[in-house]
Design a protein around this ligand. Structure first.
Ligand SMILES: Cc1ncc(COP(=O)(O)OP(=O)(O)O)c(N)n1
Ligand SMILES: Cc1ncsc1CCOP(=O)(O)O
Ligand SMILES: [Mg+2]
Length: 572
């Protein structure tokens, strides 16, 4: 283990404490400036909510905060004694001045004091849009109506008051009371929450996060199954994705500014180019940690603590699996679509680190690599009928056993079961259609592909034998639906996954990059071209192996093999 462990500087997408890379590319990435995040919101003199909470949050999660103040409030932890809107001229001047020099990568909108400010802001955004289509960044709207002390902050109760803004908003983040007030829907069941979100989409919102902090339904206990205890379930609802984020309800009344913190955290993570569902996973974990470590300063509820970029899986929400009771309660899946979920964790790999992991497309390659001493490998044959590939798959499996190697079969899981493979590797799309229960019952190991936080959480809920994360760098080998993850994210994913099961990095990894990748502490690197296009395959394998030997291993990985595997999302 190397001793040169330093804090990776807070740059774009703060990384956890890890050994620092020394290459020019990594140094350049780390020198990148913080993305600018605007908060358009009111000042909370008590320092717990509004602009004050937003600036602390933006800074804490790696952004640079700029403010356009909508109102000054005389506020403490127990009272809002005065709300004074800023003049229209003062409001617009702040926006214009910032736009001229400090263009945002994301905007959070909080307290707007009434329809006049809503219209001013909607008109201002429309002008920016008209001048330069596409120039507006992601915008998060927290539809603030009442302070946590119960005081009205907004002068109108009109349910359509935010509608002029909706066309510009990427996500609206109402709590239960706000969602009910904006839609008139009585939120007495999970399906009522869905119909309220549906209504907001019809009125122009692109996505809604219906926060579950205020929503407790009859029968909620039975929705969750294990683990027991009060839960908080947030619903992300958009045309493209409907997903639940389920976590324990933190037992604290220090929730002052939690909505402000969530929305500014979301803007800050979106400013770092995370997709919405990944950003929400990070934000839920941030709230979990902030509430857990919160403190009281006055006589009333205290604000959330600022705890930095979340890195531990325990802070993150569960993402219910397809077919789970929770998804069904929200009506997110038809009863007929229920997936066949495994009843137990997949068999763990007998090692915590899978090492150099070549992915090849023929039985000839499998044989050659086995003869060179490779111990983890994958047969990845694409687009053939099962009949056409069965003989090769059967032979590869036999060879794998003869050499006591960990041979994973990509995609053809029925053949893998039939011929008794060591393991199967499946992608996200395959997860929905494969009979995961049959793979688990047959005792095969399962590796799953992931492309970000949300998929990692969903994969983790299945307790697979390993989780692959990619693509790390651009690759011509496969057309990818997502952007390259890069090294900073890899560091964070490794910290999340590897204490629980082996992690594998894949995509665009050549020999020089293998040294960078290995410094993340990841226990395995999966490669196609680095092996199949090498002039000297044995030498390439040796150099890839060398990358691991020169890099430190994470202390958590060593304990892994001995750790009992738990299935964390068994609420089906
Ligand atoms: C180790 C490893 N990681 C990821 C993949 C990609 O699998 P998948 O998403 O199923 O895509 P295809 O390989 O099937 O194109 C992998 N094969 N191996
Ligand atoms: C199969 C696959 N899945 C994600 S990236 C990838 C291809 C990796 O190939 P290479 O190592 O040649 O970049
Ligand atoms: Mg596949």
């Amino acid at each position: 283990m190397s001793s040169d462990v330093k804090d990776t500087p807070t740059a774009v997408g703060p990384a956890v404490t890890r050994p620092q890379a020394d290459s020019t590319s990594e140094a350049a990435a780390q020198a990148q400036v913080r993305p600018i995040v605007w908060t358009i919101a009111g000042s909370d003199s008590g320092g717990g909510a509004g602009i004050q909470a937003d600036l602390l949050t933006i800074q804490d999660l790696g952004g640079h905060g700029c403010t356009a103040i909508t109102a000054i409030t005389a506020q403490s932890s127990v009272a809002v004694d005065h709300v004074e809107p800023i003049s229209d001229a003062g409001f617009i001047a702040q926006l214009d001045t910032l736009w001229a020099d400090l263009k945002p990568r994301a905007i959070k909108i909080g307290l707007l004091t009434g329809p006049e400010q809503v219209k001013l802001l909607a008109d201002w955004l429309a002008q920016r849009q008209a001048e330069a289509p596409g120039s507006l960044p992601p915008i998060v709207l927290d539809p603030v109506l009442v302070a946590s002390s119960g005081a009205m902050l907004n002068t109108t109760e009109a349910s359509d008051q935010f509608d002029p803004l909706l066309p510009f908003i990427d996500i609206l983040t109402p709590n239960g009371d706000e969602l009910a007030a904006l839609t008139g829907v009585v939120l007495d069941s999970p399906k009522a929450v869905v119909s309220a979100c549906e209504q907001l989409l019809k009125r122009g919102a692109k996505a809604v996060l219906a926060k579950g902090g205020h929503l407790i339904f009859d029968g909620a206990e039975t929705l969750h199954g294990q683990p027991a205890g009060p839960r908080c379930v947030d619903l992300l609802y958009s045309a493209e994705l409907k997903a639940l984020f389920d976590g324990p309800r933190i037992d604290t009344d220090n929730t002052h500014g939690s909505g402000c913190t969530l929305s500014s955290a979301l803007a800050t993570v979106l400013a770092q180019d995370y997709v919405m569902e990944d950003a929400l996973a990070v934000v839920r974990a941030y709230l979990h940690n902030g509430l857990t470590a919160s403190q009281r300063f006055g006589a009333g509820p205290g604000p959330l603590a600022r705890t930095g970029w979340p890195t531990e899986l325990a802070s993150f929400p569960r993402v219910p699996l397809p077919g789970s009771a929770l998804n069904r309660a929200y009506g997110l899946e038809a009863e007929s679509e229920q997936a066949k979920l495994p009843e137990a964790p997949f068999t763990p790999c007998e090692v915590a680190e899978l090492g150099v992991y070549p992915v090849v497309d023929s039985v000839e390659w499998v044989k050659r690599l086995l003869q060179l001493g490779v111990k983890t490998l994958q047969l990845r044959i694409k687009d053939q009928s099962p009949e056409a590939v069965e003989a090769d798959i059967a032979l590869a499996i036999e060879l794998g056993h003869a050499y006591e190697a960990r041979l994973f079969i990509n995609d053809y899981w029925q053949l893998a079961i039939k011929h008794g493979a060591y393991g199967v590797h499946l992608g996200q799309e395959d997860m929905a259609i494969a009979d995961l229960a049959a793979i688990q019952r047959a005792g095969l190991k399962l590796g799953l592909s992931t492309h970000g936080y949300f998929e990692i959480l969903r994969a983790h809920a299945l307790a697979p034998s390993y989780i692959a994360m990619g693509h790390i760098f651009p690759t011509p080998t496969k057309q990818m639906p997502s952007a390259p993850q890069g090294l900073t994210r890899l560091h964070n994913y490794v910290a999340l996954v590897q204490p629980h099961r082996p992690a594998v990095a894949i995509g665009g990894i050549d020999i020089p990059r293998a040294f960078e990748v290995a410094k993340s502490g990841v226990g395995s690197i999966a490669v196609v071209r680095a092996v199949t296009q090498a002039k000297d395959v044995a030498e390439a394998l040796g150099e890839l192996q060398c990358a691991f030997e020169s890099a430190p291993t994470l202390p958590t990985a060593a304990a892994l093999a001995a750790q009992p595997q738990e299935r964390e999302c068994s609420d089906a």
